[in-house]
Design a protein around this ligand. Structure first.
Ligand code: DGT
Ligand code: CA
Ligand code: CA
Ligand code: ZN
Length: 581
């Protein structure tokens, strides 16, 4: 793929420049490699094609020396010069470049002045305030370096979507208030709503980018500045998140938004399509060979210039969206406004924080048509799973509350535990008494794949089960999904009409995007639930919907996108006549 080969060449040249800089070579030589890298980054054509025509030297900034090295690299995948250069640089010093905010100049300074040749030693030196004793290194820089290293080491590096999104939204509100800012949006993985976020990317349109960056890096929530340049800034928040801001000209906003939203694989495909049409695409726009700019003000214009429809950011992962956009076959994705109710919320009758009435009021204030109070079942004794007696008491309470809240339909639901053998916590007669039954696995997670698959299939073949809760049991960053033949489960769910849940809890998002897509493709129904354990958690629904969107899910696939009358007929018990809408 042309994009990939060109990208590798850019990296090769930047690495050479880094090594030269660490060595303290003449700045003009360093700059020559950097300039060459930038030129290749902007090529509209495969560098191998240029090499084949013997025209490397026609690329501006590529002289004889660099052309020779490129030829060797591109024909053999190897460079004698670079290998030698690497040998001349202490590998520990090169490792310092992996710390955000440390470039070759600083790495060299730390090595020369303090003998620092590992990230470990750098951390020690920063802790002992030895860095700030150096010229041009202030206490603030020292603190930033320490924070960067701690971040690198501290966690796996990725933050769950919900907290990252909330933090980014606050920044966005502040950015939009800056007098120099015309518009601002999320970008990167956050705009694509990936389940975890590496760093937060924001983009703003302004004719005074420097002023915007300056305000941004000095926001009170920025505890340290990683980088501050004429068009970009990068900070760390008190919550230990990295936030990157790019500022582009208003007329280049669409191009910038498209580029910095990614994903990288999506952008590589976009660039390849452009190259096929003799066009060049970058963060400033789309250009003809003669330099004329034909798109860039809006994202739509960018995609249109390439013969594609605009596509929602959640789809931009190179998972078939480009073909669909070309053929006009993009899915009509589910939206938060399509959701008519929540079928999985807990109360203080089991492990929730709020009373049924508080949950009902919260659902009503969100404009829902229905809500299912759905606490845990009896085997979850340690969190007050409902006994037969308490089921009846709760049902009576719901009937009373229904009279008090006629505007919303209150369903009596249950999250019934799937036992080790696939039987359920209650007998059929008890299950038949609930309006909606969600069956979930909460124990015996270490079972082998065949047993687990049989267990789940038996459970969802129970005619009283409507929803299979958090189907893979994963906890993001903490627990892998249990071993299960998910396709066999989806097939059974499709046959029996059981909806697979997309659980919206921050650390679950289960089904995840690609599994939701699989379920949808296999014709299974889905149900997006908050699994709220407190009233404000009803808002987590948003992240479940976003996960569904990443799975190409349409409103027609979603049980709780149905209006109440259709939902009720779908939930009719076996033997009961299905109500006609
Ligand atoms: P993350 O931060 O790991 O959750 O993932 P992203 O997708 O937010 O990645 P990030 O923050 O490194 O970059 C933001 C976007 O900028 C990325 O989605 C696409 C674009 N981008 C960054 N570097 C490159 C690159 O080398 N080539 C291309 N084509 N696009 C890039
Ligand atoms: Ca990012
Ligand atoms: Ca970034
Ligand atoms: Zn559960």
């Amino acid at each position: 793929m042309p994009g990939a080969e060109n990208a590798a060449t850019v990296e090769f040249l930047d690495n050479i420049a880094d090594m030269l800089e660490i060595k303290g070579e003449n700045t003009f030589r360093v700059r020559a490699y950097r300039d060459a890298a930038r030129q290749i980054e902007n090529l509209t054509e495969d560098i191998q094609d240029i090499l084949r025509r013997g025209e490397l030297r026609s690329i501006p900034g590529i002289g004889e020396g660099i052309a020779e090295k490129l030829t060797e690299f591109l024909t053999t995948g190897h460079s004698e010069y670079y290998e030698n250069l690497k040998k001349q640089v202490n590998p520990g010093v090169a490792e310092l470049l992996t710390v955000p905010g440390i470039g070759p100049k600083k790495a060299r300074l730390f090595f020369d002045a303090l003998g620092i040749d590992s990230v470990e030693k750098l951390q020690e030196a920063a802790r002992a305030h030895r860095l700030s004793s150096l010229p041009r290194i202030g206490e603030k820089t020292e603190a930033n370096i320490l924070a960067s290293i701690e971040r690198m080491r501290g966690r796996g590096g990725r933050t769950p979507l919900a907290p990252a999104y909330r933090a980014a939204e606050k920044f966005l509100l502040q950015l939009r208030e800056f007098p120099e800012v015309e518009k601002a949006d999320l970008a990167g993985s956050l705009r694509r709503m990936r389940e975890t976020i590496g760093d937060l990317d924001l983009i703003a349109a302004s004719n005074q980018p420097e002023a915007v960056v300056d305000r941004f890096v000095h926001l009170p929530s920025a505890i340290s500045i990683l980088a501050q340049g004429p068009t970009k800034g990068s900070i760390i928040t008190s919550g230990n998140l990295q936030v990157d801001l790019r500022v582009v000209k208003p007329e280049e906003y669409g191009a910038g938004l498209q580029y910095f939203t990614g994903s990288k694989p999506h952008n590589i495909r976009i660039r390849t399509i452009a190259e096929g049409k003799g066009l060049k695409v970058n963060e400033y726009g789309i250009f003809k060979a003669d330099g004329e700019r034909i798109a860039g003000e809006t994202e739509e214009s960018m995609y249109r210039a390439l013969g594609l429809l605009w596509m929602p950011p959640e789809l931009r992962e190179d998972r078939g969206e480009i073909e669909a956009a070309r053929e006009g076959a993009l899915p009509r994705l589910v939206e938060p406004s399509h959701i008519k109710g929540d079928l999985h919320v807990h109360t203080d009758w089991s492990d929730g924080a709020n009373s049924p009435e508080e949950m009902i009021e919260a659902a009503r204030s969100r404009g829902y048509q229905y809500i299912a109070i759905s606490d845990h079942s009896v085997s979850m004794g340690f969190i007050h799973g409902l006994t037969q007696e308490r089921i009846q008491e709760q049902r009576a309470l719901i009937q009373t509350l229904q009279k008090k809240y006629p505007q919303i339909k209150i369903l009596h639901g249950i999250e019934v535990n799937i036992r080790g053998d696939g039987s359920l916590d209650y007998d059929d007669q008890t299950l038949a008494g609930f309006d909606v039954v969600t069956a979930s696995v909460h124990s015996g997670l270490g079972m082998n794949k065949q047993k687990m698959t049989e267990r789940i299939i038996r459970a969802i073949r129970n005619p009283y089960v409507n929803i299979f809760g958090h189907p893979t049991g994963r906890i993001i960053g903490k627990r892998e999904p249990y071993e299960v033949d998910l396709e066999a489960v989806i097939r059974t769910a499709t046959e029996t009409g059981v909806a697979l849940e997309i659980n919206s809890q921050t650390d679950r998002l289960d089904l995840k995007d690609t599994d939701a897509r699989l379920a949808r493709d296999m014709g299974a129904g889905l149900c997006i639930n908050s699994d709220a354990h407190a009233a404000d958690q009803l808002d987590l629904m948003f992240f479940g919907v976003e996960t569904a969107r990443r799975g190409w899910v349409t409103p027609g696939d979603v049980l709780n996108a149905l209006p109440l009358n259709l939902l009720l007929s779908r939930l009719a018990k076996p033997g009961q006549v299905r109500r006609v809408a």
